[in-house]
Design a binder for this molecule. Sequence first.
Ligand code: AMP
Length: 397
Amino acid sequence: MPSYKYSVYNSAKRNNSRGNNRTGGGKRRGDYIDPSRFIAVAKPRADVQYTAINNFSDFFVEPILHANLTAKGYQTPSPIQDKTIPMALEGKDIIGIADTGTGKTAAFAVPVIDALIKNPHSKALIVAPTRELAQQIEEECRSLGKGAGFSGAVLIGGASMGPQLRDLRANPRIVIGTPGRIKDHMERGTLKLQQFNIIVLDEVDRMLDMGFVADVTEILDSMAKERQSFFFSATMDRRVETLIQTFAKDPETISIKSGDASENVHQDVVFYGGKTEKMDKLHDILLDEKVSKVIVFDETQRSVERLGNDLLALGFKVDAIHGGKSQGQRQRALEGFKKNKVNILVATDVAARGIDVADITHVINFSQPQSYQDYVHRIGRAGRAGKIGHALTFVNK
Ligand code: AMP
């Protein structure tokens, strides 16, 4: 039987007095979070050898997909792929509860591309909360759909309209985008969704957090009534459930989450007195050679920009990423970070969403997150691929 080396989190709920097993923490902006909740000793995730039921060769997908999967070096399906792909190929609606890094993109991209090849009248819309995630999805779809002969369009904010309008005129079979820009095109009449009969909503929880509920509802309402839907979310709460219940048809739920995503991250606080001490402490931390690849979170676009410049002036290899930067600038910063041209990325929460960089050693919360849920999302950037990560949160004495 094929096996895929995959780490699962210890499913045993932690039961400590600090309530660290709680990932909710309220939605209000600027919740008070007891600093003790920023401290935890990492528990290595149990490395469990997941035994996949299927091989990619077992799936009845088009030969071109088999060839592209092989070319990408995908041999054995990850758990989410192993469970999702067979049901999706039967045409079922899917609810997938999974994080970035689990292979969820291919879990929907394989059945979607297969459907597009098999049915020349099908069209797919994939919606993601951020431009970065939309681009990562596009890369995966491009490589998996190579040679299939259909065109696509990526509709993201911050990018110029010209190329998007050109791609839309070419009658794309697969459209990937963020809710705002997709709606923009719907309103201009350059994107007509009535013929789109496959929808993927990725990171639904983040989309709702970012206030896209009305846009997403309108997008879903505009699509073909007979359709197949995929909803992926890292968390399942009342809002996500309500949205899915409204739009899914007899869905299959596949969850590969168990336990607390931050269990393999060492968490500690850094106390500081004033601004100068805060900067000095950050400086010292960043000089530590163990801090080899780090995201530093700060609150606002302006504070991120300023901190990035300050660190640059101190001689660090650093770039900044926030919503006030152009798409090109954000992409260059992300590429530079991925390829180790810079090893420090200063970011706002929104800009960092969906970033899949495997070898981040440290997450530093230079300013405290607005909610405990944001905290969990932030520190989840470290400790990917079964490695122990580190999170340091600055707390004013
Ligand atoms: P995702 O969760 O979709 O962002 O995927 C995380 C990473 O895993 C990406 O870099 C994928 O290229 C990779 N990946 C996805 N599925 C497989 C697989 N079956 N075998 C090996 N690598 C994979």
